[in-house]
Design a protein around this ligand. Structure first.
Ligand SMILES: *Cc1c(COP(=O)(O)O)cnc(C)c1O
Length: 482
């Protein structure tokens, strides 16, 4: 066999493969609303499907593709399902799906600018566009696409260290006189704890500031903690406002934290991975008031902009800090673009060879336009309001306050309705029914709650009613059981 046909396949086979792939995608997207939302969890079953595959016998390409499609159908939580009321995993935009296929085929390598002027400039254009939407001056802003919010938060921590401690980049943490400390709330995303470990700060450097009853960071406590740490010889350098918490969609008091950060000379980071999308909608914009004061912002296009996973963005109003943090020189990287006023992406990112993450965001935005996205975000927000109304009417009690469509609730109609066995039992029952997917979590003072988020642009009022009905059945079954 011709060696290139081993991997590229011959022309006829390849065309049949593309055909089948497109059919399989279309069948999935149109058929998934009829499927169970969540699979039964049986690791042994999945492993026994894989065990016989030892790669000794080449498989026909269509057969291999069908094998993948069939097992993805059967063994995943269908995050693109309109009754997936889950974490911030949306359905994918069709332009995003097409873009990811293009990226795999053209395979641009986003390390050296000279290798892909178009891809690099698309991302630079998007960075300026988003920076400007968040209120930064696009001429003095910078940013980079990341694998997601976790990498963007990690990038924020690194840039803050480089900015604050001039010796850090070359001499490392050991050169510092004092142990740096950072401040997040107990509701912040846990990626900061991982990032603290990855940066060599250690998890004890992370001060988890308590929240008030509204789940917002307790800023007076923050202020005291900073003072106490300074008095004890620590070096506070970084504070995070969460703009749309994972648990409850709560936005910290951004302007107050911004002023305190300015006063204490801390790098102020806004983690708007999901909630950042509010900035695009005039009536939701005020929720993020003050975000332009942040030194850096995390925003995930694979959340509320519905780009396929994954597409994170780190933005900053310090135009030189990414270069100071990540630029190194090598002999082997191409220099064809030296002398041009351009940025090699590898000098602004933790990553080196990087896939063209921006294309799925670019094509989605080109086709929907801002107006399209505003319509979608408004629809999801309205579905969140509808869910709140219907839950309240059915005797559930809403316990979080946010204009964004994450709803946390307990059962106000039952004496056991606030206990962990009841809450977790109801969530398990709904998921096991296959009718919908939602989760349980813990909020203020560890209160167990149910959590439902409108993550999907195609969730309709009928889907909301179906969730209410599924909860009703779960409630009955759980009450019988305890
Ligand atoms: C999702 C999320 C993250 C983590 O982002 P990934 O894209 O999953 O890496 C961080 N912070 C917040 C507030 C999030 O919602």
């Amino acid at each position: 066999m011709n060696p290139s046909e081993i991997l590229r396949l011959d022309d006829r086979t390849r065309q049949a493969l593309w055909q089948r792939m497109i059919e399989a995608i279309e069948t999935y997207l149109t058929g998934v609303p009829e499927a169970r939302v969540a699979p039964e969890l049986d690791p042994q079953k999945v492993r026994s499907i894989l065990a016989p595959l030892d790669f000794s016998q080449p498989l026909p390409s269509i057969e291999a593709l069908d094998f993948a499609a069939q097992n993805l159908w059967q063994h995943q939580v269908h995050t693109p399902h309109p009754r997936y009321f889950g974490l911030f995993n949306p359905a994918s935009t069709s332009m995003g799906i097409a873009a990811d296929a293009f990226v795999a085929a053209f395979n641009p390598q986003l390390a050296a600018w000279s290798h892909n002027p178009f891809a690099d400039e698309v991302e630079a254009h998007l960075v300026r566009t988003f920076a400007s939407r968040f209120g930064y001056d696009p001429a003095n802003a910078d940013g980079t696409f990341t694998t997601g919010g976790a990498e963007a938060n990690h990038t924020a921590l690194l840039t803050a260290l480089v900015h604050t401690f001039p010796g850090f980049a070359r001499l490392g943490l050991r050169s510092l006189d004092a142990q740096p400390t950072l401040y997040v709330s107990t509701q912040s995303h846990h990626s900061f704890i991982k990032a603290a470990r990855a940066c060599g700060l250690g998890t004890d450097a992370v001060r988890q500031v308590p929240v008030d009853e509204n789940l917002q960071m307790d800023v007076p406590f923050l202020s005291q903690q900073i003072a106490q740490d300074k008095a004890a010889g620590f070096a506070p350098f970084f504070v995070v406002a969460t703009a749309g918490s994972t648990n409850a969609g709560v936005v910290d008091p951004i302007p107050t934290i911004a002023s305190l950060a300015a006063q204490e000379k801390l790098w102020f980071h806004a983690d708007a991975a999901w909630g950042g999308a509010a900035i695009f909608v005039p009536e939701l914009r005020p929720v993020l008031e003050g975000i332009q004061q942040a030194d850096s912002i995390t925003f995930d296009a694979h959340k509320w902009l519905s780009a396929p996973m994954s597409a994170g963005i780190y933005l900053t109003r310090h135009p030189h800090i990414l270069g100071e943090t990540f630029r190194i020189t090598t002999n082997y990287m191409p220099t064809d673009a030296s002398g041009l006023n351009v940025v090699d992406p590898y000098t602004h990112s933790i990553q080196w060879s990087r896939r063209f993450i921006g294309l799925k965001v670019f094509l989605s935005l080109l086709v929907a336009g801002w107006e399209g996205y505003i319509t979608v975000i408004r629809h999801q927000t309205a579905m969140g309001d509808l869910l709140r109304q219907q839950l309240t009417a059915a005797g559930w009690e809403i316990v979080n306050q946010t204009p964004l469509p994450v709803v946390c609730f307990v059962d106000g109609a039952n004496s056991k309705g606030r206990t962990a066995p009841y809450i977790e039992g109801v969530a398990r029952q709904v998921v096991a029914s296959g009718d919908a997917w939602l989760s349980s979590t813990r909020l203020y003072r560890d209160q167990p709650v149910l959590r439902a988020c409108i993550t999907n642009f195609s969730t309709t009022p009928e889907d909301v009613s179906a969730l209410i009905q599924s909860l009703e059945e779960a409630r009955r079954k759980v009450l019988q059981g305890i």
